[in-house]
Design a protein around this ligand. Sequence first.
Ligand code: PBG
Length: 324
Amino acid sequence: MNIRPRINRWTAARRNLINGGTILSSLVQPHFVVAGEQIDEPIRGMPGIHQQSVDVLLKTVEEDASHGLKAVMLFGVVAHEHKDARASYAHDASSHLHQAIYALKKAHGDDLVVMTDVCLCTATEHGHCGLVHDREIINDASVNVLVNIALSHAKAGADYVCASDMMDGRIDSIRSAFEKNELTGSGILAYSVKYASSFYGPFRHAAQSSPGFGDRTTHQMDVRSGYEEAILEANLDESEGADIIMVKPGLPYLDVLRKVADSVVRPVAVYNVSGEYSMVMNAADDEASRQHMVVEVLTAFKRAGANVVVSYHAREAARKRWVN
Ligand code: PBG
């Protein structure tokens, strides 16, 4: 069985995230998790967003949840000494990222949707999203590592593993591995339509995941490509068993978001990425103008067909009641 419609119904928090209908209920807050204690380090270019150790993360999520923000997306920031050619640390069940999943699930249980990023780029020494052989990113061997990462996150309790790597066939492989391991309630959010965008810059500082050589154009989508390719990718991931289909970035691809939302039957997510966040934070003169910009942006995502909106603005919008 590769499609299990019950996954998106598994908890009240999942149902509310996907079907709540309001802007607040659709929001997912990204977090950058680092090893250590009492670390709360601002990130260059992303005012208000910090790298946090698990203890600080727990307090932040608790406060967010009290304002109705009930979904998180976790990125594990891997220290230099733990990076290697095979991204081993990304599926090390003792890592701080796995501790964060356990701790959040222990504290919030089914009241929080925990999503985790599944990619190799934060844990490889060369910063690429796959294994590299002769300076090329190889596909199928990379998928095997992605499966190990996804399994380790799901076993730690993640609601959704979020495959952001853009290797061919990874959703199929992750879904079969979940079936073999009887992880029948673990979801997969596929970054199906992900462009090789110039809007990821601040994120790569935050996640320490810049490629050491080359770029991501051999796996992420060409920014000039048309709707046919977007729909091909979305349909493939849907048929391979993705529970949520994502389009990324958001603002430059609202047209693509609309087309994809009209072309798939599974719920659709959009990622309002780091460069889009920085643009708004830089452009707004004061808090009132920022509020208007953020609400306008989030409204546009809903209008274009997003059920789920991953945004760094989520926290401020929820805590200040800009959206409900
Ligand atoms: C990992 C990943 C990236 C983002 C999310 N997951 C960076 C990339 O593909 O280089 C970008 C998110 C953002 O810019 O906010 N592959």
